[in-house]
Ligand binder design. Structure first.
Ligand SMILES: Cc1cc2nc3c(=O)[nH]c(=O)nc-3n(C[C@H](O)[C@H](O)[C@H](O)COP(=O)(O)OP(=O)(O)OC[C@H]3O[C@@H](n4cnc5c(N)ncnc54)[C@H](O)[C@@H]3O)c2cc1C
Length: 218
């Protein structure tokens, strides 16, 4: 049988595994994450009181379908979570899990490793309180944490609108309200959305922001 390795159990890796299984292949699916879903369909950590469906809004149907597909496949694939793929040599994939190195032989390999934030370094970008969109999303979806009550967005990432929607959804959930006392709503220019418990401000980079000049970004 053809040996196929897939690196990544996000939507792309799961879709690839689905097609391969339908054709009688048992792929090895390697992912460094604890659970499948990748970035967009990242799952909340077990025990977290977070209504991920409500949070995802229009994306909830795709989230459900992706995870249902994975559930239907999991006994027909060789799924290896918390496993890092770190090198490919000839037809061998080198992996690491719990500090133990291993190899996976393959005839074909699919790299479904997704995308990562590309952060533009500007003065102050490493200060406490400065997050990438991706980092803010990981905290929200997996850990149920808001990065703050007053959030300024810099830049024009296509994910900005999506992250705004997630943050708006979060303020409607009780578990987020329980995270501490609410700050009063700040009045500020360029406010894109204002809610009784959260202010989101959008600032275009290059026009309004050259640096985060204070001790903290807020
Ligand atoms: C933090 C973040 C949040 C995002 N949120 C959204 C969103 O809400 N909406 C949207 O439309 N797009 C979002 N994106 C863009 C996103 O990349 C895609 O929409 C979607 O997740 C891509 O699916 P994918 O399967 O190609 O990759 P991903 O979903 O990124 O899945 C890739 C998988 O590969 C695994 N992986 C990567 N490298 C290795 C390695 N070396 N060894 C083992 N495993 C590895 C990762 O753990 C991950 O599970 C986000 C991107 C980031 C970085």
């Amino acid at each position: 049988m053809t040996r196929v390795a897939i690196v990544g159990a996000g939507p792309a890796g799961i879709a690839a595994a689905d097609v391969l299984v339908a054709h009688g292949v048992v792929p090895v699916v390697i992912d460094e994450g604890l659970r499948p879903g990748g970035q967009i369909y990242r799952q909340p950590r077990p025990g977290l009181r977070l209504d991920i469906m409500a949070l995802l809004g229009a994306e909830a149907g795709n989230y459900r379908r992706t995870h249902a597909t994975f559930e239907s496949l999991k006994d027909r694939i060789d799924y290896r979570p918390q496993t890092l793929a770190w090198a490919i040599e000839d037809r061998t994939l080198h992996t690491m899990k719990d500090s133990a190195a291993a190899t996976v032989g393959f005839d074909a390999i699919i790299l479904a490793t997704g995308a990562a934030d590309r952060t533009l370094p500007i003065k102050g970008w490493t200060l406490p309180g400065v997050f990438t969109l991706g980092g803010a999303q990981v905290l929200l979806k997996e850990h149920g944490c808001l990065i703050g009550r007053r959030i300024v967005f810099c830049g024009r990432s296509p994910l900005r609108r999506n992250t705004l929607a997630l943050l708006r959804g979060s303020v409607l959930q009780k578990s987020f309200r329980a995270q501490g006392p609410m700050e009063p709503v700040h009045q500020c220019d360029h406010v894109e959305h204002r809610h009784a418990e959260l202010t989101l401000e959008v600032v275009r980079i290059g026009r309004d922001v050259g640096a985060f000049a204070n001790d903290r970004a807020d």
